[in-house]
Structures are given as C-alpha cells and as structure tokens.
Design a protein around this ligand. Structure first.
Ligand code: PEP
Ligand code: MG
Length: 323
C-alpha cells in the first residue's frame, strides 16, 4: 500500500491492520472524482445523491443516469455505493415542496420520503440500474428503521429493474445494501442481514439517535461522540451479526475517517472504511503502522466494550496506539 499524501511512497507491512480493509471515499457529485483518484481511494463507499436534488429543479432520469454513470465509470474497477435520496433533516430540496416539520431529523426523511413518492423513487432506481453497466455498483437505502421498509424498498428496486428491461435498456448487476443509522435497525442487524449484501454504518446519525443529541447543535458536541461506549458496542454487535450471516460491513459516517477508531473497527470485523477523501492518507498510515495479533485485537475490543464512559474509551484507544 502506498501513502501518497505528501508525495512519498510508504509501503506497509503485510501483517498490518490494513490487511483486508478497504479504504473508500465519500462523495457528493462527479466533481469529487479527482479527489478520489488523488487520494487513491479503493472505492466509493458513499455517494450522497441528494445534492442532485437540492437545486431549483428536479433532475430527470437522464440527468441522474449521466451523473451516476460518470461516477461509476470514474471509480471502476472499484465498487461505487450509490445511496438513494436522503432528503429531510439537514438536507433541503426546495423543488420537492415538502411541508415544514417540527422535528425534521425525526420526520419524513430519506427512505421515509421516497417510499411516499414511488415515482420519484423508481425514477432514481431506474437511473441506477441503467448506470450499473458502467462498472461495479451497489445501491443502498438510508434511514431504515423496520424490516417492512427494507422489503418495500427492495420491491421498488425490482419493479424499477423490470421497467428498465421492458424499455429495452441493458443493465449490470447491483449489490443491495442498507445503512445502519437508526438504533432499531442496529439492534435487529441479525434479522436484516439475510435480506442484504452489506451494511454501511452511518455513525453520524447512529450517534445522534442513540444519544438523542442533535448532530448540528454545537452546544451538544461533547455528547455527540461516536466514542461513547454504547455506540461502539452497537457497532460491534452489528458487525458480529453481519459476519455470522456472511455479509460485509462498512462504516461511512465521520467516524470512518478517524485514525483513533480505525484499529477498533478493524478488530470488530469492519471491512470497509469510507471517509472524506482528505482523511484517507491519515487513516491509511494509522492502520498501516499498526500490527496486532488476533489476540491483541480481541483484547482491544474487550477493553473498549468494558468501558462505561467516553473518556475511558478514548484512553483505551490512545494507549492501543503504542502497544
Ligand atoms: C451518517 O449518518 O453517518 C451518514 C453517513 O449519512 P449522512 O451524514 O449523509 O446523514
Ligand atoms: Mg445519515
């Protein structure tokens, strides 16, 4: 593995924690592709498609197809994970004319919205199917709280596939995944796992919903920490359930780009960390420099999960850097 952030090439040992870990990028548009290349991402773990929908006018199926195709093509031969529309909460789309809500982060957001707008949803899903011939592609659904929502989303996905085929377009294959960012879904990970190819843990929302602390309120920044032992315990539980059912798990929230957490994520069996492209070099270096036996990794996980306080977790993670 090469660390090219400062131009120099550093080759990390074969036994380092980088082994078996994919380091991918989070992007918001095809315009981010140069950064994906510059920082040598091994895939796109989160393509936030909502930015296409935030303008004065909604994008057509063809507009979407073009954007998705460019991203998939630019990222190939690596995998691009396209997240379906996550409007609501902090992300506004004036062209959708949505009613004001008292608690937008607890409201009709993301999949809750697209399930209520089947035409809008299927149009996006058709564009994703059509773009999937450009390279390895996955689709993932945000803000799932119940099995019924996932089943409904997958039904729309298969209907969209039929529509695309009937219209005579070629399609590729799609991995189908879901975000784990609501505690109810995290808790039921073993029930969700047989229905998807992968999980992607959204630590930004998972933390905000587990600690009931608005992720945008600076007054609550102290509280809104992925280092909280309950959040890390939940992540370990999700990863364990995924491993047992034979699917892979990635992290695509901000915590995925945190070098202090990366060894813990590796130790609990996370297979992909997806982050802002600018974080790739430091996470690659942090994992690359560390060699830990399976026993040492197990000890790290046990020590973190034994903690009762965020401050204790941070101490354990910091001390593991030097072991
Ligand atoms: C998350 O919640 O961690 C996530 C990756 O999604 P977003 O930040 O776009 O809500
Ligand atoms: Mg989220």
């Amino acid at each position: 593995f090469a660390n090219t952030d400062a131009g120099e090439e550093v080759i990390f040992g074969e036994n380092s924690l980088l082994q078996g870990m994919t380091l991918a990028a989070n992007i918001g548009s095809p315009g981010d592709l140069p950064l994906v290349r510059k920082f040598k991402a091994q895939g796109i773990g989160l393509y936030r498609t909502e930015f296409l929908f935030m303008g004065e006018e909604l994008p057509s199926e063809e507009d979407q197809l073009e954007a998705y195709r460019q991203v998939i093509d630019g990222c190939s031969p690596h995998l691009t994970v396209i997240r379906t529309l996550d409007i609501g909460g902090d992300k506004k789309a004036p062209a959708l004319n949505l009613p004001q809500e008292k608690n937008p982060f607890l409201g009709v957001r993301a999949l809750r919205l697209t399930l209520r707008r089947p035409e809008l949803f299927r149009q996006q899903l058709r564009a994703i199917w059509r773009a999937s011939i450009a390279g390895p592609t996955a689709v993932m659904f945000p803000m799932i709280a119940t099995l019924g929502e996932l089943e409904e989303a997958k039904e729309s996905l298969w209907t969209a596939r039929e529509e695309v085929l009937q219209a005579g377009y070629e399609i590729g294959s799609l991995q189908v995944g879901m975000m784990i960012e609501i505690p109810s879904a995290a808790w039921l990970a073993d029930k969700f796992a047989p229905l998807v190819d992968f999980f992607s843990i959204g630590t930004n929302d998972l933390t905000q919903y587990m600690l009931a602390a608005d992720r945008e309120n600076p007054e609550l920044a102290e509280l809104n920490q992925p280092y909280h032992p309950a959040v890390l315990g939940m992540i370990a539980r999700v990863s364990q359930a995924a491993l047992q059912k034979g699917i892979w798990t990635g992290i695509c929230g901000e915590a995925g780009g945190d070098p202090l957490l990366a060894p813990f994520f590796k130790a609990v069996g996370i297979e992909e960390l997806s982050m802002a492209p600018g974080s790739l070099a430091k996470v690659r270096t942090a994992l690359g420099k560390m060699e830990m036996s399976a026993e040492e990794q197990e000890t790290l996980v046990k020590s973190v999960l034994a903690c009762a306080r965020t401050s204790e977790v941070i101490k354990v993670l910091q001390s593991s850097k030097t072991t």
